[in-house]
Design a protein around this ligand. Structure first.
Ligand SMILES: [Zn+2]
Length: 204
């Protein structure tokens, strides 16, 4: 059985965590485009050098170039039984560029808007190790992480920035999910990490 899974969900749906858990369960790699971009640049490849120049200029990598990078990544032997792609394609333009492979599942983690806002609004990041924590766990900005670094709220975790990202998901990503209609499986994302992980295993 091959699992080529596109994992979708609004910010705060916990899909990054679920991608990692599911990858371990299925024995396939999980990655997002941001990570692939950083890896490509770190590799020093020709494409990576091109991306480095574009990003340093403050521009965005084109959907075509990003798709080319993904295409190469999917040729690596660790994807022979499949992969989990976290948060891609994010809009119809990326959907059009992703024309070289067909997913087996489009897994959508549904979280109501209020819940996303609540989760993201309480999110803190460690300045030193980049670990993500939650004010629900009793930590506050200025507290110290286990590594000694300071917990802080990222500027893109402010209410206005969060609302904007949720709007982009509604406007740009929902149409992509509609395109994949026949492959879409919805999972309720409200509950503990383990509860959601179990639901995902049950629907695949
Ligand atoms: Zn830390």
């Amino acid at each position: 059985m091959t699992y080529k899974i596109l994992l979708m969900g609004p910010q705060g749906s916990g899909k990054g965590t679920q991608a990692e858990k599911l990858a371990a369960h299925l024995g396939v790699p999980a990655f997002g485009m941001g990570q692939l971009l950083r890896d490509e640049i770190a590799s020093g490849s020709e494409l990576g050098e091109k991306f480095d120049v574009i990003l340093k200029r403050g521009d965005l990598v084109s959907d075509r170039d990003a798709a080319e990078m993904l295409k190469r990544r999917l040729l690596k032997p660790d994807t022979q039984n499949g992969y989990i792609l976290d948060g891609y394609p994010r809009n119809l333009s990326q959907y059009a560029a992703f024309d070289f492979d067909t997913p087996t599942h489009v897994l959508v983690i549904d979280v109501p808007r209020d819940e996303s806002l609540k989760r993201l609004g309480g999110r803190l990041t460690c300045r030193a190790c980049n670990k993500v924590g939650s004010m629900d766990d009793g930590i506050k900005p200025g507290d110290r992480c286990a590594c000694g670094g300071e917990w802080y709220q990222r500027t893109d975790d402010t209410p206005a920035a969060i609302a904007r990202r949720l709007e982009i998901y509604e406007n740009d990503t929902q149409p992509v999910i509609q395109k994949y209609e026949a492959l879409v499986v919805h999972v309720d994302g409200v509950g503990s990490v383990e509860e959601v992980a179990e639901r995902i295993k049950a629907v695949l």
